[in-house]
Design a protein around this ligand. Structure first.
Ligand SMILES: [Zn+2]
Ligand SMILES: [Zn+2]
Length: 132
């Protein structure tokens, strides 16, 4: 079997691997959705992601991926996507403000409170477990 072929993660059909990691049918389908979204946004620049999904029939997963990856111009400032921790809507970065705060606190606590011995002990256990 040719190493450059794979099963499309979306529809399962065998295709030649490409940068998008999708078969041509699925790429075309995504492009159609993308065009529809672009058109809709052009007319309704203040659309939220959920509204856009409903108006264009684009799956939310796909849409949030696009928004997160910055596929739409930033002029459409109401396009939100979920915080990776609590799923509340955000417009930039990976975490919302409250989660960022919590994570910073937690990171600080780990740095200051956990004694070095515990940390290295955990690492060596993990290392040994890997060997067996
Ligand atoms: Zn496919
Ligand atoms: Zn959050």
């Amino acid at each position: 079997m040719d190493i450059h072929t794979a099963n499309c993660p979306k529809c399962g059909s065998v295709f030649r691997q490409n940068l998008r990691n999708l078969c041509n049918t699925c790429i075309q389908e995504e492009n159609l959705f993308y065009d529809r979204c672009s058109n809709y946004l052009w007319k309704h620049p203040a659309t939220h992601t959920r509204q856009l999904s409903e108006a264009t029939g684009t799956p939310m997963d796909l849409l949030t991926d696009w928004v997160r990856a910055g596929k739409f111009p930033t002029t459409y400032s109401q396009l939100d996507y979920p915080c990776e921790s609590c799923h509340s809507p955000i417009y930039a970065g990976r975490l919302c403000h409250s989660c960022l705060g919590t994570f910073r606190m937690a990171a600080l606590e780990i740095q200051t409170r956990v004694p070095r011995r515990t940390a290295t002990g955990l690492f060596s256990i993990a290392g040994r477990a890997k060997g067996y």
